[in-house]
Write a protein that binds this ligand. Structure first.
Ligand SMILES: [Fe+2]
Ligand SMILES: [Fe+2]
Length: 162
């Protein structure tokens, strides 16, 4: 079954969200590098790459379903932050935003009765639970450290232990 127009539009909107997230996290990675937080920089760089992969995966799904990928301008992202905590608070808020958008996408799939799209969305609904948890865990480490020990957290996150 060729993909329905409403479903296609919703996927293209989500692809834009994923690419925006990729830009945002890449900018965060560069900010961390500039400030000398190399562990966080590496970790954010990986997140940026993963968001690009989400966009590519969704684009492939559209193509596989006989749909059309329509890329649009990506809005510019914030370029500086006051502290590592601020960056992770913004990243957490962004993941929550993406989770809400993914739910909307899944709702469109239900509305147009597209089972393949609904199945496809289900893995991203699960993925968002993980992504939010990871960000929350890092923010909790920041809270526990009370501002001290940030360098150690930078090292731990950089090593992929969080
Ligand atoms: Fe994503
Ligand atoms: Fe994400």
């Amino acid at each position: 079954m060729k993909i329905n127009k409403k479903m296609q539009d919703a996927f293209n909107a989500q692809i834009k969200e994923e690419l925006y997230a990729s830009h945002l996290y890449l900018q965060m990675a560069f900010w961390f590098s500039k400030e000398g937080w190399n562990g966080f920089a590496g970790w954010m760089g990986k997140q940026s790459h993963e968001e690009k992969e989400h966009a590519m995966d969704m684009a492939k799904f559209l193509v596989d379903r006989g749909g059309e990928v329509l890329l649009t301008d990506i809005p510019s992202v914030q370029t500086s932050w006051d502290s590592p905590t601020d960056v992770f608070k913004d990243a957490m808020a962004h993941e929550e935003h993406v989770s809400a958008q993914i739910e909307k996408l899944a709702n469109v799939a239900d509305e147009v009765k597209d089972r393949a799209a609904a199945n496809f969305c289900a893995k991203y609904v699960d993925e968002q639970v993980e992504e939010e948890k990871t960000m929350r865990d890092i923010l909790t480490l920041f809270e526990h450290s009370g501002g001290a020990g940030l360098a150690l957290i930078d090292h731990i996150v950089g090593e992929g232990r969080k």
